[in-house]
Design a protein around this ligand. Structure first.
Ligand code: ZN
Length: 301
């Protein structure tokens, strides 16, 4: 089957699923899955600096802490960085990149999971340091360029950064033989973008997904939000998309979503087994987020 045909089928399937999820919005999901709570602001997991490490193939963890990941996709022709987290973390991220033996100046493209302070706050500084071009979905680009002011949710502002190119749903970013595909999964922000890539380990191919996060903001209404009236439909659409993505390697915009602390220990104990290959973990968190969404929808309608 040509990739074009696969894409067409995928799009049709996603549309059907979207319609189905709209129809079933009010039916509660009976599957129970426990979600790890977010670590508290003062917790070790949230603030402890960690060593950078290899995840799989050409993918590395360069974030300062467990809670705020930054990912480096390396390549002979230059590297791609996803999420710069906070501006004050940028020197640590740079040091992590160098520790792994890469040159920060070789970062050519900066991407984001979504336009919130803890993911894009360092974009302006990182762009200045690396000279990389910044690519984002148009809806998140507006927020990044406004330093957070254009977001529907009120949060801490950051130094605004210029986005050089917009990326659309299912579009690819190519740098050398690194290919990242953008999946538009709005709701948490208007341009929340989930990234996928095919990676290889010991001769086997794996589908990697870096989920942007389908969590609702606790302080903004989901239904009838004047700054984002289509939010319920956006989430329903994104759950449908997230469920159709083939996943082996599960990564996300926060470490606790994919039990990062535990997986680092697992990797130390047994380097032969890659703990990041965890499709169950991925579907479990999507399911948990969806249940929370359906409950909220029921309450607010
Ligand atoms: Zn966020």
């Amino acid at each position: 089957m040509t990739s074009n045909l696969i894409n067409q089928k995928k799009t049709l399937f996603i549309k059907l699923l979207y319609i189905f999820s709209i129809l079933t919005l009010t039916i509660s999901n009976p599957i129970s899955a426990q979600l790890a709570p977010a670590p508290g602001r003062d917790s070790t997991e949230r603030n402890n600096p960690i060593e950078p490490f290899h995840i799989i193939d050409n993918v590395y963890y360069v974030g300062k802490t467990l809670h705020n990941p930054s990912y480096l996709f390396t390549n002979d022709e230059g590297h791609i960085l996803i999420d710069t987290t906070f501006e004050e973390y940028v020197p640590d991220i740079q040091a992590n990149v160098e520790k792994l033996g890469f040159n920060v100046r070789d970062i050519k493209i900066i991407l984001s999971s979504h336009a919130h302070h803890d993911h894009v706050g360092g974009h302006a500084l990182m762009k200045e340091v690396t000279g990389a071009s910044m690519v984002a979905h148009e809806a998140d680009a507006e927020i990044i360029e406004s330093g957070g002011v254009a977001d529907f949710r009120e949060g801490d502002p950051w130094h605004e950064a210029k986005v050089d190119r917009f990326i659309g749903d299912q579009e690819e970013i190519k740098l050398g033989d690194t290919i990242l595909t953008a999946h538009f999964t709005p709701g948490h922000t208007k341009g929340c973008t989930t990234w996928s890539a095919e990676v290889e380990d010991e001769g086997k191919k794996y589908d990697l997904v870096l989920i942007c996060g389908l969590r609702m903001d606790a302080n903004s209404p989901l239904v009838g939000n004047p700054k984002y009236p289509e939010m319920p439909q956006a989430f329903a659409y994104s759950f449908a998309v997230a469920k159709t993505l083939p996943v082996d390697v599960f990564l996300g915009a926060h470490g606790y979503w994919f039990n990062l602390a535990e997986k680092i220990e697992m990797l130390k104990d047994n380097p032969e087994v890659n703990p990041f290959i965890d499709p169950e973990g991925y579907y479990r968190i999507i399911d948990g987020w969806e249940r929370a969404y359906l409950e909220r929808l029921k309450k607010e309608r």
